[in-house]
Write a protein that binds this ligand. Structure first.
Ligand code: UTP
Length: 295
């Protein structure tokens, strides 16, 4: 069985939900406390055993490449000022993992972004981690999914049960329950307007077999006129077993304003550096606000 050692991070989307901040800055670079979103995602991949990462980038995404590149001027400056801890932090980013880049010339959808990385993946199974989804968990979610993949040797899709009222915002799956976390997928629907097959929403992490590329080659634009990964996944599920996995962890959609704010507050409350002072500030602020509202 082929081991999963490569991951694609699609990061070429336009980020319209976060305009105007994302007009010139990639949403994948939005910082959560002091680290860009995409760095958390790469760290999850590395902790799960991924050895090569390919980031799908587009226009206005140069900051991503610069972040993972060496910055000689900054390193010399930190060295001269004896800021050895910061120097270590900066250097460790460059040494995280082998990172490659491919350009998606037009933001034609997630399915198209993944197809753009096909030559890098070749005939191996691979992981996909969306560039704006951070998941906080004890065991990295990709690692949890790889454990399933290593047993089944088939594609695995991360899902989470969501409020039924919000199901139409997501791609959802339907399938045969195998255990509390695992379903054998029968159906996948992108943003169902009526009669959603379940409330199990697809959530930004995938392990896929390379057969998906042949399907992506010919899949027609779907919801929103975009080449939807979900449509290609349905075709793959029709010919090959595919599993959904309800992961253990807390997800933040950093590409949405609310998700970004939640991640910022909750990660700050866990940060060694600022948690104490930030919590004090937050409690005082909310007490004042509540008191003012009542009077
Ligand atoms: P999203 O649907 O969240 O990205 O895609 P978006 O289109 O940028 O979002 P909004 O709705 O306009 O705010 C999830 C991930 O897939 C990438 C995005 O960069 C994001 O990390 N993506 C999406 C691509 O790489 N290419 C695309 O054509 C679309």
């Amino acid at each position: 069985m082929n081991q999963v050692k490569k991951a694609i991070i699609p990061a070429a989307g336009l980020g319209t939900r976060f305009l105007p901040a994302t007009k010139a800055m990639p949403k994948e670079m939005l910082p959560i406390v002091d680290k860009p979103t995409i760095q958390y995602i790469i760290e999850e991949a590395v902790k799960s055993g991924i050895e090569d990462v390919i980031i799908v980038t587009g226009r206005s995404k140069r900051a991503i490449e610069d972040h993972f590149d060496k910055n000689y001027e900054l390193e010399v400056n930190l060295e001269e000022k004896n800021k050895s801890e910061l120097l270590e932090v900066v250097q460790s980013i460059t040494n995280l993992v082998d990172i490659h880049y491919v350009r998606q010339k037009e933001a034609l959808g997630l399915g198209h972004a993944i197809w753009c990385a096909r030559k890098f993946i070749g005939n191996d199974p691979f992981a996909v981690l969306l560039g704006d989804i951070v998941i906080d968990s004890e065991v990295p979610v990709l690692k949890q999914m790889l454990d399933v993949y290593n047993e089944k040797n088939r594609s695995v899709i991360a899902v989470e049960p969501v409020d039924w009222k919000k199901v139409s915002n997501y791609g959802v799956i339907d399938g045969e329950k195998i255990n509390d976390q695992l379903h054998l997928i029968q159906q996948l629907v992108e943003k169902p307007k009526v009669n959603p097959p379940s409330n199990l929403a697809i959530m930004g992490r995938y392990i896929l077999t390379p057969q998906i590329f042949d399907i992506l080659e010919s899949v027609k634009p779907g919801v929103g006129g975009e080449i939807q990964l979900t449509d290609a996944l349905q075709e793959l599920a029709d010919v090959q077993e595919m599993y959904s996995y309800i992961y253990n962890g807390k997800l933040y959609d950093v590409g949405s304003k609310l998700g970004f704010l939640q991640a910022t507050v909750e990660f700050a409350l866990k940060s060694d550096e600022v948690s104490e002072t930030f919590e004090e500030y937050l409690v005082d602020y909310l007490k004042d606000r509540y008191y003012t509202m009542k009077n």
